[in-house]
Structure formats: C-alpha cells, structure tokens
Design a protein around this ligand. Sequence first.
Ligand SMILES: CC(C)(COP(=O)(O)OP(=O)(O)OC[C@H]1O[C@@H](n2cnc3c(N)ncnc32)[C@H](O)[C@@H]1OP(=O)(O)O)[C@@H](O)C(=O)NCCC(=O)NCCS
Length: 140
Amino acid sequence: MQPASQDDFTLRDGIEGLTPPRIATLYRRAPLLRQTDSAKKLEQAYERSQLVLSVWQGERLVGVARVLTDGVQVSYLCDLAVEPDVQGSGIGRMLIDEVMERCKGTELVLRDSNLSAGFYEHLGFTHVENGWVWEVKGEG
Ligand SMILES: CC(C)(COP(=O)(O)OP(=O)(O)OC[C@H]1O[C@@H](n2cnc3c(N)ncnc32)[C@H](O)[C@@H]1OP(=O)(O)O)[C@@H](O)C(=O)NCCC(=O)NCCS
C-alpha cells in the first residue's frame, strides 16, 4: 500500500459529520485522554466550541482540532488528535496551521501529553512552567 500523501486529505470547518461515536473512536485510537463515556457531553463540547476543524480521508475521520477562543486575546487548543495509521502524514501540522491562521493575534495555549510534547516543540511552541489546572474530580 502507498503511504498517504497530503492530497488524500480534506480539511473541513465545523461540526458536520462529527458524531460522538466518530470522535470517541478517534480519541481512543490516537490516543487522546478525554472523557468519551457521555455522547451528550461530547456533542455539547463540540457545539459550544468556537472553532472545530477536522480532516477526512474520503468519508473517514482522521484528525480533529477543537478550540475555545475569544478571538482577540487568548485561544485554548482543547483537543488535537490524529488516527495512528496516518500520523506522520502532515495532518497535525495542517490542523495547527489552520488554527493559527484563524486565531492569529491571540495567544494559543494547550495541555500536551508525553506523546505530543516533541510535536509542539518541533513546531516552535514555547514550553511554559507557570500553568495551573483545577482538575475535575469524580463526576464533575
Ligand atoms: C501529536 C499529533 C497530533 C501529531 O500529528 P501528526 O499528524 O502525526 O503530525 P504531523 O505529521 O503533522 O507532523 C508535523 C511535524 O511534526 C513532527 N512530529 C510529529 N509528532 C512528533 C513528536 N511526537 N515529536 C517530535 N516531532 C513530531 C513530524 O515529524 C513533522 O515534522 P516535519 O514537518 O518537519 O517533517 C498526533 O501524533 C497525535 O494525535 N498524537 C496522539 C494524541 C495527542 O497526543 N494529541 C495532542 C494532545 S494535546
């Protein structure tokens, strides 16, 4: 089988086609550690986000980026996930480039994972120490 090329992938804007089962499957496989038990909460998270981008290989969802932003000062990249079999094909960069273009002029912040720290460093992000998180405990 030929390795995937950028031409195989289409970038889409918005939540159309992003059903909770599709998102949950992508998160589980990437993996991206997010609550996926509640389809309702997953749906609401996407509906309430200002910027949702997805990448498709035909009708197959292979990547997603979800952002909360005020559009002028700060943007928070909540989720970024790419299907494992097409990781390394430029999809993560495609999503980040579009997020940066759409959130231009705002500070883009995110939480990384052991898997992705090198990715953000490679793309030129600055690692910060002065971050704090109030973790959701129990049911939240
Ligand atoms: C991290 C992730 C989004 C990267 O997506 P991807 O589509 O594989 O990345 P790309 O193919 O677009 O890579 C872009 C560049 O970053 C580099 N890169 C990708 N992952 C990297 C890593 N973990 N460490 C260092 N560099 C990395 C690539 O080599 C490529 O470099 P180049 O353009 O100079 O050749 C993807 O691996 C993923 O979904 N991981 C699991 C979920 C996760 O950790 N999400 C982020 C949590 S916030």
